[in-house]
Design a protein around this ligand. Structure first.
Ligand code: GTP
Ligand code: MG
Length: 269
């Protein structure tokens, strides 16, 4: 059943919805972890540098509904707010992004609702990232509910750009001087050049290693040990990242609210 039907059956408390979204984040986290492990097994390197997960706060959900012109009801939330549960996957190379999206799309239990490829079609700001809205079935004791998750996939360089742009956007409350916006767009093309360069460099390294008859250089395993600190107990670093660089009118107070939500999600997990 959909989130909508779930609600029509009288399950209409805030907490039951949050339970769904939290479960969807956990499921998605595990899926991504398995894909990363399998990828490592086949290609001898980890495509994923790190993963961030976050649940939108009530304040932020209300704000978004208001922006869209809807009343704050659970029905409107499940219908119109696609990013209550969000997973951000940060990869090494652009090619990893498309490999991962193919792998995600191929999973039978995942339904892709929409895709926005801001890598092929960057935003006016220069923003690049690959976005998918998917649903994933959550198995409760007496029903299965397809629950929405927003997945953002980008390279480290794209992520670096987005966090700086977000800070600047904040600083000027959306009205950055033209020369700053222009420089940011320029940085965005530098990011693309860097990504392309790093990708071809990586390919050259792998080619050279192959020629030297070394099928599995140790350095390719570097990521296996790279994560320290905020580690998930069973493997890849799933940081309960506090501050997503939220977007535009979502922004005010959102970081603070997100902090609380992530901490809550972390406690429940
Ligand atoms: P929202 O209603 O803001 O969520 O936008 P949308 O539903 O049109 O989705 P979109 O795919 O455009 O953006 C979703 C998310 O991508 C935002 O919440 C941000 O995390 C990120 N994002 C989108 N545009 C930008 C941008 O210009 N700069 C930065 N730093 N992040 C962005
Ligand atoms: Mg959003």
């Amino acid at each position: 059943m959909s989130e909508q039907t779930y609600m029509n059956e009288g399950i209409d408390s805030w907490n039951s919805f949050m339970l769904l979204y939290n479960s969807a984040l956990k499921e998605m986290g595990t899926k991504v972890e398995i894909l990363n492990d399998e990828f490592q097994h086949i290609h001898q390197y980890n495509p994923i540098e790190y993963v961030k997960k976050r649940i939108k706060t009530p304040e932020s959900i209300v704000k978004k509904l208001k922006r869209y012109g809807y009343e704050s009801t659970l029905e409107n939330m499940s219908k119109y707010v696609n990013d209550v549960a969000g997973v951000r996957i940060v990869c090494s190379f652009t090619s990893d992004i498309y490999r991962l999206t193919d792998m995600i799309r191929a999973q039978d239990d995942i339904t892709v609702l929409s895709i926005k490829d801001y890598i092929k079609n960057p935003k006016e700001s220069g923003y690049k990232s690959y976005h998918m809205i998917v649903t994933i079935p959550i198995f409760l004791s007496d029903r299965v509910v397809d629950t929405k998750v927003e997945i953002q996939i980008r390279t480290i360089a794209m992520d670096f750009w987005a966090s700086l742009e977000h800070k600047i956007y904040y600083k000027f409350e959306g009205n950055a001087p033209e020369y700053i916006s222009r420089d940011l767009r320029e940085c965005s093309s530098i990011v693309s050049m860097l990504d392309a360069k790093m990708l071809s460099l990586n390919e050259a390294i792998m080619e050279a290693k192959k020629e030297q008859g070394d099928p599995r250089p140790e350095s390719w395993d570097r990521n296996a040990q790279a994560h320290t600190g905020d580690e998930d107990e069973d493997g890849i670093s799933i940081q309960e990242e506090m501050e997503w660089n939220l977007h535009r009118s979502d922004l005010e107070n959102e970081d603070e609210a997100l902090n609380q939500a992530s901490v809550q999600a972390g406690k429940k997990a």
